[in-house]
Every structure is written in structure tokens, then in C-alpha cells.
Design a protein. Structure first.
Ligand SMILES: Cc1ncc(COP(=O)(O)O)c(C=O)c1O
Length: 381
């Protein structure tokens, strides 16, 4: 008996005793995926124009309740474009959390702005409203602009991320941001299907960005989407995502530096088929999370649960090990036994290309980095 054999047995009982390898998160194709992909090929519309791109956007408006959705080729592009359309400029300071996937910070860097890393909340792993409040104490309005006094930089946006599908203190964050008139761009890459007080994640800020990467709750192969209620922002996002081309029957005219960020029709087709199963996938994953939650209560490993305001998609289930040494042993034993588990990301402020970025107190992020492990979370068939 190894230290974690009861946990390994539990995971195996959920995902198949006989399976030699249990992945962290595998995509599931049980709907109209092949049919819609065939339709694309039969129609020859496989690239950035086609009926599935429109359908993908309409479906996402329906699911999230947002008024507009602009499909992109991946979530990182959606996030970058979100920052651009919110008016982020070179040399701005963008507040985000140190505990996130690198794409959050990279999208900020693409704009020429600098990330400022603040802490996360220990229970919901999202941006800490207290840390944001602490940061904002150093911000004052100069010539109508929010300026961070210690760096002299304009604060261009705040980017909270909904870690593993959990939605944290988003309402408080929006309230704080509004006091200074700073736009909030939600990195909702991981939280499709998650709500906070019954409002969909990604719809609290000025813009929200989702990912449809292969490891997400539903996938388009590669794909992303940004959602907003602002018609001007939506129009600009669509324009910039299509090389800023002015519509004309034959002329090539571009009125701005644009991007080739539009989502291809074949990826949108896959997204449309997958979205038809989103609510059943969320239900399925919530049942798995409940089984994990009940089981881990009997162990010294702590399962990370949603708050009472949040209805999580439980994209990736996460646990906290009692000590960093336990975490290392857990990773070794589970992976050694064919049960895929992963530590959380290295904190962004520690990555070589981000080390010079300014940061606040990161006590909770450091704790999470040392103790957290993601465990298998695929939809169970
Ligand atoms: C938090 C976060 N932000 C952004 C992204 C970027 O999405 P994509 O891989 O679709 O570019 C991802 C996922 O990969 C993510 O997990």
C-alpha cells in the first residue's frame, strides 16, 4: 500500500478500473461533430467565412446571455483582441493574477503593456478583491485617467481569470474597477458553463474571452470567442479580427492595423456540435466533482469546491495536499500508476520573460503553487 493508493483506487473506480492510462482531460465527441465537419467540406466553406461561424456566435450569445460574440482562432487571440478593443495601449499597466496560464500574461505583452501581478483568493483561486483594493490604493485619477503612482503608468485594464471553472469575487472586482473607470476583461477561457449568482462567467466585465482548445470542457480543435454587450466594441473586434478590411465587393482596403484572428468555419462547426452537449457535460462533471468532494472529505487531502454563489463547470478538479512534499509524492505515485495528475502552473511572475513585471503580495498564490494538484476530470461516458 502506497501513501495515496486509496485515492488512486477512487480515481480508477470513476474512470475505469481496466484503463491503463487515465488522462487529465480528454475531449468527448458524441454528437453532430462528423456531420457538421462533412457539411463544411461538402460546401467548400472551410475557412473564415461560413454559416457555422455565425451559428457559433449566436449559440454563445444564447448560452452566456451576452448581446454579441466574435469568434476567433483561439482563446489567446480572443484575449489579446479584448484588450485592444478595450483601448489598452503600449506602456499601460494591466492588473492580473500571478496564478494563471501563461496566455493571460502573453496577451497583455502583445499589446506592449506591462502586467502587474496580484494575489488570488485561497478558496476560489480567482483574483483576490482584497489584493485589487490594495493595488488601487496607489491609483489616482490624473487628467481623467487612472494612474498607478509608483510606476507612473496608466492602468489600462483589470484581467481576472476564472481558475479551473470556479468563479470568484467577480462582482467585487467589477465594483472596484468601476470606481476608477478601469475596464475589466474576464479571462473566462476555463469557465464556459460556469455562473456566479446565475449570471454566466465572462459577462460581468466589458469583455469576456473563452477558449475552445482541445483540453477545455468543449473544444473546436482550436478556437476562442469574445463576448460583450457593447455594440461598438463588438463591431471593432470583428473588424480587427478580419485584417481591418473595409467591406467592398472587390477592393482591398484596410483602415487600421488588423489581425488574422477569425475562427475558421471547420473549427466553428466542431464548436457548434460540441456546444449542443455543453449542459450535459457540465452536469456530468458536476456529478464527478460531487463524488470527489464526498470522497476527499474522508482523507487529509482537501478538494476545492465552488462557493455558494458559484455554479462551477468543474472543468479541472483540484486538490490541496497537506505539504509540498506530499504534493511531490502524490504527483509521483499517481503518474507512476498511469493516473495523470498535474501541478498548477508555475507562477507567472517567476517565468523568465515576466520576472521584471511589478507585483504585489503573492502569499496565497505561492501557497497554491506549492500544494495544488489537478486530478482527472474528463466527462465520464
Ligand atoms: C486561463 C487561460 N487563458 C487563456 C488560454 C488560452 O486559450 P487558447 O489555448 O485557446 O489560446 C487558456 C487555455 O489554453 C487558459 O487556460
Amino acid at each position: 500500500m502506497s501513501r495515496f493508493s486509496a485515492i488512486i483506487n477512487k480515481i480508477r473506480s470513476l474512470y475505469g478500473e481496466g484503463e491503463t492510462f487515465i488522462p487529465l482531460h480528454a475531449p468527448v465527441f458524441i454528437g453532430n461533430e462528423k456531420k457538421y465537419l462533412n457539411n463544411c467540406i461538402d460546401s467548400t466553406f472551410v475557412s473564415s467565412v461560413g454559416e457555422y461561424v455565425d451559428e457559433f456566435e449566436n449559440k454563445m450569445c444564447e448560452i452566456t446571455g451576452a448581446k454579441h460574440a466574435i469568434a476567433t482562432m483561439n482563446g489567446t487571440a480572443a484575449l489579446h483582441l479584448s484588450l485592444v478593443v478595450c483601448g489598452v495601449q503600449k506602456d499601460d499597466l494591466i492588473v492580473t493574477q500571478a496564478l494563471s496560464f501563461v496566455a493571460t500574461a502573453n496577451a497583455i505583452l502583445y499589446t506592449g503593456a506591462t502586467p502587474y501581478f496580484i494575489d488570488v483568493d485561497r478558496t476560489n483561486l480567482g483574483m483576490s478583491a482584497d489584493s485589487l483594493e490594495e493595488f488601487l490604493k496607489d491609483v489616482s485619477i490624473d487628467n481623467g485617467q487612472p494612474v498607478h503612482q509608483p510606476t507612473g503608468k496608466r492602468v489600462g485594464a483589470i484581467v481576472p481569470m476564472h481558475t479551473f471553472g470556479l468563479v470568484g469575487e467577480i462582482e467585487k472586482i467589477i465594483e472596484l474597477a468601476n470606481t476608477y473607470n478601469i475596464p475589466v476583461v474576464e479571462d473566462a477561457a476555463e469557465s464556459l458553463g460556469s455562473t456566479y449568482r446565475e449570471k454566466h462567467s465572462g459577462t460581468f466585465g466589458k469583455v469576456g474571452a473563452f477558449s475552445f482548445n482541445g483540453n477545455k470542457i468543449v473544444t473546436s480543435g482550436g478556437g476562442g470567442i469574445l463576448v460583450t454587450d457593447d455594440p461598438e466594441i463588438a463591431k471593432l473586434a470583428k473588424h480587427l479580427s478580419t485584417q481591418a478590411k473595409i467591406s467592398h465587393p472587390w477592393e482591398y482596403r484596410h483602415d487600421h492595423m488588423g489581425y488574422n484572428y477569425r475562427c475558421p468555419n471547420i473549427n466553428a462547426a466542431l464548436a457548434c456540435a460540441q456546444l449542443e452537449n455543453l449542459s450535459s457535460f457540465v452536469e456530468n462533471k458536476r456529478q464527478t466533482a460531487k463524488m470527489y468532494e464526498d470522497f476527499f472529505r474522508t482523507t487529509d487531502v482537501q478538494f476545492i469546491s465552488e462557493s455558494k454563489e458559484c455554479r462551477s463547470n468543474y472543468w479541472l478538479n483540484a486538490v490541496l495536499l497537506p505539504t509540498p512534499a506530499d504534493r511531490d509524492l502524490f504527483l509521483e505515485e499517481t503518474n507512476g500508476k498511469g493516473v495523470m495528475t498535474r501541478p498548477v502552473w508555475t507562477l507567472l511572475n517567476k517565468l523568465e520573460h515576466l520576472q521584471s513585471a511589478p507585483q504585489g503580495n503573492l502569499e496565497n498564490s505561492i501557497f497554491i503553487e506549492q500544494h495544488l494538484v489537478n486530478i482527472p476530470s474528463s466527462v465520464r461516458l
